[in-house]
Design a protein around this ligand. Sequence first.
Ligand SMILES: [Zn+2]
Length: 278
Amino acid sequence: MPAEFRIENAAGTSSGQWANGWSYFPFGQELGESKQTDRMRFTGHERDFFNPDGTADDLDYMHARFRSPLTGRFLSTDPVLGTPKLPQSWNRYAYVSGNPLRNVDPDGRVQFDSLLTKMEFYQAVDYLSQDPGARIVLEKLASLRGASEPWVFATEGATGYRPSLNIIEWNSSAGLDVRGLGGKAGAGGSWIQSPAMGLLHEVAHTVQNNSSPEQFKQDSVRDGSEYTDPEERRVITQVESPAATALGEPTRAAHDGTQVPAKTPPFPKDDIERVPKN
Ligand SMILES: [Zn+2]
């Protein structure tokens, strides 16, 4: 369970700026300034943080990192207003509803930074499970035990998986625009994958890293192909594309794409109303 120590802005401004603080992962790693260099060091191992080769999003990435996974819920109201069926979700400050003392899933397995993340995660699971192949991968995720149990953190930045920490950072409001990558359009000609599809992609990495770590490491070496490396090729061609096809979502034939705001499943607008950020 993450322990957090923070100093809120004493002025209590409406922008809720984070004045200072220190955050730690359950295993004691500090989530702090050094992460930027960590990221550089782990380039080639961290998966799918767009754009991996550019610097344009680094500031944004740092921004997102400081606001998430552990701090984001403190700083701004969540764009999700909540779903009528889940009273806990009505509170727009997910941290308040996501009591950190109860962060750990009572069943073990997947662990979450907040109740809202957990709720959205299982909405995505419900949606993805319509595809039998995706269901198998999700069941493997649920079967991980002990040190292999991953965490899922909400982020307003890029969706990705950190094998070094066994953490999926998931932007549940963003999908991947995959046009021009040799794939096929989804239903209605859409080229934007759902946030759930991005989650499935990272879950596939997570399962591989925890169940076949040596294979994961071996397949994580760049091979100069359009898929970057064999691990990405496996995830995209064997997990992501079949699920996307079954669910009417667009596919890609390269490990590329641009993360864009998305309102696509698993969040039907009838269930959750999204509002623009302040
Ligand atoms: Zn990937």
